[in-house]
Design a protein around this ligand. Structure first.
Ligand code: KG4
Ligand code: ZN
Length: 356
C-alpha cells in the first residue's frame, strides 16, 4: 500500500509518500517540507493569512517534487491522507482540499488525519523491531505529545484508543518556549533558540518554578514561567531591556527555563507510567527534539526500566510522513473519511475526552 500524506495545519507545507513494509512497518519513499518559518519570523509568530496563501502557492510544486523523487505518479498511490485539524482553518483547507481533489481524480480513498494523532504515532514510524514483533500498532503505551499548541499525556491502548491522562491547563510547552523567547527578543520559533543558548548556560543560577509538579494529577501549567522571567529581567539588564542583558545571563536564564519545562514533563511522564503500569513511553511533537528533554527522558527511563521511543529529529516537528503513516494505519484498519468531512480547528482525538 502506498499512501500520500499532506500537512498544512500551520507554517510548514509538507508532502510525503510512504509504502508499507513486509515487516508491518512503513518505508518513507519521499518526504519534503517547505518551511514558512523565515517568512513569519519577521512578525514574531505565525500570520494565518500569510500561511494559507503560501500553502496554496507552494503545494502544487511540492506535490510534483515529492512524487518525482519517489519515482511515482498519482495513479500509483492507493490512499490520500491530509491533516484535517487541529490548526489554522484557512491553512488546513489548502492541504485537506488538495488531498480530497487528488483522491477524487485518482478514484482512490481519502483519509482526514488528526494532526495530534500523526505526532502521537510518529515514534513508531522510525521502525523498531521489538515493537513490530508485537504485531499491534500502536502497542499499549503512554504517549507524551509536546508541540507548539499542545502538551498531552495519553494512555494508548490501540489505534484510535487514546485516554487523556493530563494536559496543559494554559500554555503548551512549545508555546511557553516561544513566548519566553519573544520576551527575550529571540527569533521565532523560540524553542530551538532557547535550547541553543541553554547549552552554554548554567541552569542552577536561576531556579524557576515547576508549577503543579507535586500536585496529585497529570496536568501541566507553563504560563507562570513568563511571569517569573518578567520579574527576573530587570535584575539582569539596565531598564529590563533584554538587549542590554549580557550574553551569559541570557544563556543562564534560557538554561533555567529549559530545566523547569523539562523537569515537569519528565516527572509527569514518570508518574503516568507508574500509575498505569505501562512499560513503554513514546514521545513526539516539536518540543521532543529538545536535547535536554531527550537526555532527561533517556535517563529516567533507563533508571526505571521503561522503554523509550523518540522519533528522529526530522519527524518531531511538523512533517507529512506522520500524516501519511497515520493514514496508512487507519486505511489498514478500514477507516476512511467521507468526502463531506470538513476541516476542524479543534477536533477531539478518538477517546480523548475520557480522563483517568
Ligand atoms: O510539533 P510542532 O512542529 O508544531 C505544532 O504542532 O505546534 O512544534 C512546534 C513547537 C514550537 O513551539 C517550537 O518552539 C518547539 O516546537 N520546538 C522546540 C525545539 N524545536 C522546536 N522546543 C524546544 N526545544 C527545541 N529544540
Ligand atoms: Zn505539530
Amino acid at each position: 500500500m502506498r499512501v500520500l500524506g499532506i500537512e498544512s495545519s500551520c507554517d510548514e507545507t509538507a508532502v510525503a509518500v510512504l509504502e508499507d513494509a513486509p515487516s508491518g512497518g512503513a518505508r518513507i519513499l519521499s518526504s519534503l517540507v517547505s518551511s514558512q518559518i523565515p517568512l513569519h519570523r519577521q512578525y514574531g509568530g505565525v500570520i494565518p493569512e500569510l500561511a494559507s496563501r503560501n500553502h496554496s502557492g507552494r503545494l502544487p510544486s511540492l506535490l510534483r517534487e515529492t512524487l518525482r523523487s519517489a519515482h511515482l505518479d498519482c495513479s500509483q498511490i492507493d490512499v490520500f491522507a491530509a491533516t484535517g485539524g487541529p490548526g489554522l482553518v484557512a491553512a488546513l483547507l489548502v492541504g485537506h482540499t488538495a488531498g480530497k481533489a487528488l483522491a477524487l481524480a485518482a478514484g482512490k480513498p481519502f483519509i482526514s488525519v488528526n494532526h495530534l494523532e500523526g505526532h502521537l504515532l510518529s515514534p513508531f514510524l522510525s521502525g523498531c523491531p521489538e515493537i513490530e514483533e508485537l504485531n499491534v500498532m500502536p502497542p499499549p503505551h503512554i504517549a507524551l505529545v509536546v508541540s507548539g499548541g499542545h502538551s498531552l499525556l495519553l494512555d494508548v491502548s490501540g489505534l484510535g484508543q487514546y485516554r487523556l491522562l493530563g494536559r496543559s491547563r494554559d500554555d503548551a510547552a512549545g508555546e511557553a518556549f516561544d513566548k519566553v523567547a519573544r520576551m527575550l527578543d529571540l527569533p521565532y520559533p523560540g524553542g530551538p533558540e532557547i535550547d541553543k543558548r541553554a547549552e552554554r548556560g548554567d541552569a542552577e543560577r536561576f531556579h524557576l518554578p515547576r508549577p503543579m509538579l507535586h500536585e496529585d494529577n497529570l496536568d501541566f501549567s507553563f504560563s507562570g514561567l513568563k511571569t517569573s522571567v518578567l520579574h527576573l529581567l530587570p535584575t539582569l539588564a539596565t531598564g529590563g531591556d533584554p538587549h542590554n542583558a549580557d550574553e551569559q545571563s541570557l544563556c543562564d536564564l534560557c538554561a533555567g527555563v529549559r530545566a523547569a519545562i523539562v523537569d515537569v514533563l519528565v516527572q509527569k511522564a514518570k508518574k503516568a507510567l507508574k500509575l498505569t503500569g505501562r512499560k513503554l513511553l513514546a514521545v513526539s511533537g516539536g518540543v521532543s527534539c529538545n536535547t535536554a528533554l531527550r537526555d532527561a527522558l533517556l535517563d529516567m527511563c533507563s533508571r526505571r526500566g521503561f522503554k523509550l521511543l523518540l522519533p528522529p529529529e526530522a519527524l518531531t516537528t511538523d512533517n507529512a510522513s506522520m500524516i501519511a503513516y497515520a493514514g496508512m494505519l487507519h486505511a489498514k484498519a478500514g477507516h476512511f473519511s467521507d468526502w463531506k468531512t470538513p476541516v476542524d480547528p479543534n477536533p477531539q482525538l478518538a477517546g480523548y475526552a475520557t480522563r483517568a
